[in-house]
Design a protein around this ligand. Structure first.
Ligand code: F3S
Length: 276
């Protein structure tokens, strides 16, 4: 079995930075909290828990006087302000590229545009932006007819969106003939690089393995890109999920990984696959 690893895969700089920030705060002098998992990878979260990072979903669970790390996906400004007002020390590990998308959305809302976010409504990055701008339309795959009534529309993207979906939705919106349509492509460069490398690799192998948390939006997108290219695709979290039948009859396998998948998971997986 020939195993080829994607040129660009695994940790992006935003994820690396968030983990380093969290680890720096875990000094052993009392609990440190993160508001929701700091990144979408259960194995990394488990390791960070061992270092003293407690995940809480509700900001009210963070006691006054303690430290909370804001995850790479960001958090609503009102939540951060309320934590600070209760005497919680807030360490912001929001990825700068997520911050750029947040800023674009706020700029559009301030300018009186109907804000459109191309992304998943339930994703924490989108939820934080929605909370900040107050009102926005989230489009996952098709622009709703109700949007036709808008005059001035401003579009941004979830940072981990695929370029194909973003282009397709923007093309649909152009047909709506708004008086004004402003588009900011806020898909991050790490996402685009990983998608491009994945697509190239998928065309050269007989089966693709996409590694990463099942709750990771960018990993899910990589799996969708592989599957759409026609190659049999398996989205797995670790080498423990690998089964010999997944590679039966194949001679070349490709391995890629989402931006929140650490090198140790990828290395272990490649080693296990090569040994099959
Ligand atoms: Fe940031 Fe993009 Fe990674 S938004 S967290 S660099 S996937």
């Amino acid at each position: 079995m020939k195993v080829i690893r994607a040129d660009k895969c695994g940790f992006c700089f935003g994820v690396r930075r968030a983990i380093e920030t969290a680890v720096e705060q875990c000094t052993g002098k009392g609990p440190v909290y993160s508001l929701g998992p700091i990144i979408h990878n259960p194995q990394v979260i488990e390791r960070l828990h061992g270092s003293g990072l407690e995940v809480v979903e509700d900001p009210e669970e963070v006691p006054s006087g303690c430290t909370v790390v804001i995850r790479s996906h960001g958090a609503p400004s009102a939540v951060i302000e309320s934590l600070r007002s209760r005497g919680v020390r807030v360490v912001d590990a929001t990825c700068p590229l997520v911050k750029r998308a947040q800023e674009r959305a706020r700029e559009l809302a301030r300018g009186g545009y109907e804000v459109v976010i191309v992304g998943q409504e339930a994703h924490p990055e989108v939820k934080a932006i929605l909370a900040d701008v107050g009102r926005a339309t989230v489009i996952e795959d098709r622009a709703p007819e109700s949007l036709r009534a808008a005059k001035r529309v401003g579009v941004i993207s979830q940072t981990t969106q695929t370029r194909g979906t973003f282009r397709h939705i923007v093309a649909e919106l152009i047909e709506f003939d708004f008086d004004e349509l402003r588009v900011f492509n806020t898909i991050c460069s790490a996402t685009m690089d990983r998608q491009q490398a994945t697509l190239e690799l998928a065309s050269r192998v007989e089966v693709m393995f996409v590694l990463g948390g099942r709750n990771s939006a960018n990993t899910e997108r990589l799996a969708q890109i592989c599957a759409a290219s026609g190659v049999p695709t398996h989205h797995l979290e670790t080498a423990a999920e690998l089964r010999p039948e997944m590679t039966a009859g194949r001679t070349a396998a490709g391995v890629t990984a989402g931006a929140s998948t650490p090198d140790w998971i990828i290395d272990e997986f490649v080693k296990t696959l090569e040994a099959l």
